[in-house]
Design a protein around this ligand. Structure first.
Ligand SMILES: NC(=O)c1ccc[n+]([C@@H]2O[C@H](COP(=O)([O-])OP(=O)(O)OC[C@H]3O[C@@H](n4cnc5c(N)ncnc54)[C@H](O)[C@@H]3O)[C@@H](O)[C@H]2O)c1
Length: 401
């Protein structure tokens, strides 16, 4: 094996530290050579939490001017993915962009052209593609178990999603909307499971129906204002949704970090300003009469993705959380249930597997499975769903791609 891969991380927040930082740090074949974050407290705290001594940078420009890296992983907020990926590619680095590829399809297209021009890998961090449950489902579909698929749905319940309303994730400007930020994963999984049929048109409805000022889950008391963050909120004892950051998290998100850029990680999810949704429904019509629907809600304590996929030979029902796939044949016969074994690691083992793939790709041992083109397609579907919900109309994919 050649020398250790020198990898940098751009954006040392939750994903940069708790996911990729921890995974890379525990690999023998990788050196985390550089960390970059616009917030000086966070980049220093990241090095401390990971117990490493990389070079630290305040901007992608500083980092690209000095570092010689094999690759960089981009875990900034979504709206910075495009510019960070562009500069990293121009520096001659291979790039793994955590989802989404970009917040606009046009930016994604430009990145794909640039990666081709500079001859570097641009991979998209669709970790769900590495989920053992979805990989087993894909195998069953590819073996023809379901036959010709014509309708599918995914109902996503995400408890952690309520914290979107506390962070930059609540704004369209930072994300391109949650149909891109969150659902690009899910659109990609449909595309992949179905064998990448061409999407034709998209409709969606979405809104904030619970996580707003009108629906505070406690009575306000005179002279007591909720927030700003949960750690200092006077209603901590009454709020079932409070998100208290522990001492380790406060190294990244405490007062000193907030003083620098005003980013309060656990802003009150009810009173915060926002223009993204807390629940919604999107539908896509593909070529060959294939239809899918995606339901997502960030209300409630349940977290799961529950799929139903119907083909002309059988129906598959899947719970990602319970790691269970049930196949019911069309004309009766044996109903088969597959229990997929537990795998260690964040997102059901999907994140370490994603990093393993990326390392092999940059060593030239395998080709990319989740390509930037797949990232573009998912971003474009999310963009269409955002247009649909905001403009109250069905959107043709030809308007975007
Ligand atoms: N694949 C998944 O399952 C998954 C899960 C969560 C988040 N994500 C993605 O990971 C990314 C990061 O999300 P997060 O929750 O870790 O966010 P975060 O807010 O915790 O961290 C983002 C960090 O990026 C820094 N930053 C912002 N702009 C920067 C720039 N231009 N240069 C350098 N640093 C910059 C911020 O200061 C912050 O420290 C997002 O794109 C998100 O969509 C993916």
């Amino acid at each position: 094996m050649k020398d250790k891969l020198k990898i940098g991380i751009l954006g040392t927040g939750a994903r940069g530290v708790d996911c990729f930082g921890q995974i890379l740090k525990n690999r023998d074949d990788v050196e985390i050579a550089a960390l970059c974050d616009t917030n000086s407290v966070r980049r220093r705290a990241a090095a401390e939490i990971l117990n490493i001594t990389p070079n630290l940078y305040a901007s992608v420009d500083e980092m690209t001017a000095i570092e010689k890296l094999d690759a960089v992983i981009i875990t900034t907020k979504d709206s910075e993915h495009y510019i960070c990926a562009k500069k990293a590619l121009l520096a001659g680095w291979n790039v793994l962009v955590d989802k989404p590829l970009a917040t606009k399809a046009a930016d994604g297209k430009e990145l794909i052209e640039l990666a081709k021009k500079v001859g570097k890998t641009l991979m998209i961090g669709f970790n769900l593609r590495h989920s053992p449950v979805l990989m087993r489902l894909k195998e069953l579909i590819d073996q023809g178990t379901l036959g010709r698929i014509f309708i599918a749905e995914n109902r996503e319940f995400y408890d952690g999603g309520r914290t979107y309303m506390s962070r930059w994730n609540r704004f369209f400007e930072s994300t391109g909307g949650l149909w891109i930020h969150k659902a690009s994963h899910d659109f990609d999984i449909f595309n992949w499971l179905l064998g990448f049929p061409k999407p034709l048109r998209v409709s969606s409805f979405a809104a904030v129906n619970v996580l707003d000022k009108k629906h505070l889950p406690f009575e306000l008391e005179p002279g007591k204002t909720p927030g700003p963050g949960c750690n200092t909120c006077p209603y901590q004892d009454k709020c079932q949704d409070k998100w208290i950051l522990d001492d380790n998290a406060m190294k990244l998100w405490g007062e000193e970090a907030v003083a620098e850029d005003g980013y309060i990680k656990n802003l009150c999810m009810y009173t915060s300003e926002k223009d993204n949704h807390d629940n919604g429904l999107a539908m896509v019509e593909y070529e060959n009469d294939i239809k899918v629907s995606l339901f997502e809600t960030f209300i409630g304590s349940k977290s799961d993705r529950i799929y139903t996929i119907v083909g002309d030979k059988a129906i598959a029902e899947v719970s990602l959380m319970n790691r269970r796939i049930t196949i019911t044949p069309r004309w009766g016969g044996e109903i088969v249930t597959y229990e997929v074994p537990y795998v260690e690691g964040t997102h059901g083992g999907a994140d370490p597997a994603l990093v393993e793939t990326f390392c092999k790709v940059i060593r030239g041992e395998i080709t990319v499975n989740s390509t930037a083109e797949h990232g573009l397609l998912a971003t474009a579907l999310g963009q269409a769903a955002e247009m649909s919900r905001r403009q109250h109309r069905m959107v043709e994919m030809s308007e975007i791609l």
